[in-house]
Design a protein around this ligand. Structure first.
Ligand code: SDX
Length: 431
């Protein structure tokens, strides 16, 4: 295949930059020598037009609504896989053999306990502390409780850290929930699967044993599979950027948790439910909220709608909607917020503003309904997203560490402040 070039003419001089072509034909202009050759940089607020890396992990087509992890369509993984198997796929690049999966599951079980001294850490948080703030702090604290062992090779150290993170994150999430309510902490059990263990740690009590429902465990597996990775989203970009300074993985993941917390990113799943509850309190009429979302003078946005990449229906939202109905049917429950969500979607998708702006439901629009049905408290919704996204963050971090083109992330800028000026002693400054 002949190399294509993009031509750039600056001050009458022509520069050529190679065009990179991806597996699915997407193209990029390689401007890695732009400043050296031309003295200019590019300007792209929010990086909407900027590729930060080449990656083999996840492919998205925002126009066609395609999402694949290591080549496997999200619809097939949601139908046939488990979260642990999908985590293995993302991190290792291939679906595990039965032997590899069993070994991985044993390692996750072995690492599922949390250092007993960490409990005091949990107990010292104010009862009303947001679980995302607790989670990012506790993940960062893992390095202190599990220091690097010099005798281990770098690869061994990374493998242990990865397994420790994947396994302990769910134990820490459940522990912070129990402690925040003054309840007894429930330990992980060796005889339960990853998702069943989490639900048991969250909801079991000696006086009211938690009954494992396989359909709810399946729903949680699909929920986490749908969240497992999403190429260079805000929180993954944060993990890669912080990781580029060669900081330990716990710190890089803690940065990703903080980025995910934002209501424009992972925090949207909590914001969607808060929005639907507000509509319900206002009598269930969705139109005023649609009008507010369209009003440029109103900062309100339809939570769970719109996406930087998807300009069509988020394929994950379609699957999540089905899970809503499946879980509610199993529980013989009706959630009026689902009716409001469906009505909101129906009205918005017929409205020229949403059509013209390519605004469709994203993964967060229905996910909160599933979490409500599972009994997850509202302030833990984004924690659930974080547990799901962890294998994606880890796989992206590993890929960036192994990238031969790896560089410390350090964007440039265009300075628009005041020009040079002399220092003024304080007694000469005008009040
Ligand atoms: C996630 O990147 C990922 O992959 C993220 C994620 C993942 O898996 O990691 O998919 C998870 O974060 C999903 C997104 C969750 N966030 C929300 O649901 C919050 C509501 N959505 C928006 O805030 C918004 O759609 C974003 C932030 C998600 C994306 O916005 P962009 O790409 O930055 O686009 P923009 O803000 O420049 O909006 C473009 C136009 C604007 O109107 P104009 O000024 O051009 O006329 O669309 C409008 C916006 O006002 N718009 C909305 C809207 N989203 C965009 N108007 C009303 N309601 C909305 N939700």
């Amino acid at each position: 295949m002949t190399q294509e070039y993009a031509k750039l003419i600056i001050d009458g001089k022509t520069y050529e930059f190679p065009i990179i072509v991806g597996t699915e034909g997407e193209r990029a202009i390689d401007i890695s020598t732009l400043r050296k050759e031309t003295g200019l940089i590019t300007f792209d607020p929010g990086y909407a037009n900027t590729g930060s890396c080449k990656s083999s992990i996840t492919f998205m087509d925002g126009e066609k609504g395609i999402l694949r992890y290591r080549g496997y369509p999200i619809e097939q993984l949601a139908e046939h896989s488990t979260f642990v198997e999908t985590a293995y796929l993302l991190i290792n690049g291939e679906l595990p053999t039965r032997k590899q999966l069993n070994r991985f599951s044993v390692l996750l079980n072995d690492h599922s306990m949390v250092h007993e001294d960490m409990r005091h850490f949990f107990q010292s948080f104010p009862r009303r502390a947001h679980p995302m703030g607790i989670l990012s702090s506790m993940v960062n604290a893992l390095r202190a409780f599990y220091p690097e062992i010099p005798e281990r090779s770098e690869e061994e150290e990374i493998n242990v850290t990865v397994t420790r993170l994947l396994s302990k994150v769910r134990t820490m999430a459940a522990m912070s929930y129990k402690i925040s309510r003054g309840h007894m902490v429930v330990y992980p059990r060796h005889d339960l699967s990853y998702a069943a263990n989490f639900l048991n740690m969250m909801f079991h009590s000696p006086v009211r044993p938690y009954v494992i429902d396989d359909d709810l465990v399946d729903a949680l597996n699909v929920f986490w599979i749908l969240h497992a990775d999403h190429e260079q989203n805000c929180s993954t970009a944060a993990v890669r950027l912080v990781g580029s300074a060669r900081v330990n993985l716990y710190a890089a993941i803690s940065a990703g948790i903080c980025a995910l917390w934002g209501p424009l990113h992972g925090g949207a799943n909590q914001a969607v439910i808060e929005m639907l509850l507000q509509i319900q309190e206002n009598g269930g009429d969705v139109r005023p909220f649609i009008e507010r979302a369209k009003d440029k003078n109103d900062p309100f946005r339809l939570m769970g709608f719109g996406h930087r990449v998807y300009k069509t229906y988020d394929p994950r939202a379609k699957i999540m909607q089905k899970i809503c109905y499946k879980v509610l049917k199993k529980l013989k429950r009706h959630d009026p917020l689902l009716d409001i969500a469906r009505k909101l979607e129906e009205v918005a998708l017929k409205d020229p503003y949403f059509i013209d702006h390519n605004l469709y439901p994203n993964v967060d629009f229905y996910s909160g309904i599933v979490l409500r049905a599972l009994g997850i408290p509202l302030n833990m919704f984004t924690v659930m997203f974080a547990i799901g996204r962890l294998p994606g963050w880890i796989s992206q971090w590993k890929e960036s560490m192994e990238d031969p083109q790896w560089k410390l992330h350090r964007p440039r800028q265009i300075y628009i402040g005041v020009g040079e000026r002399e220092y003024i002693p304080i007694d000469k400054r005008e009040e």
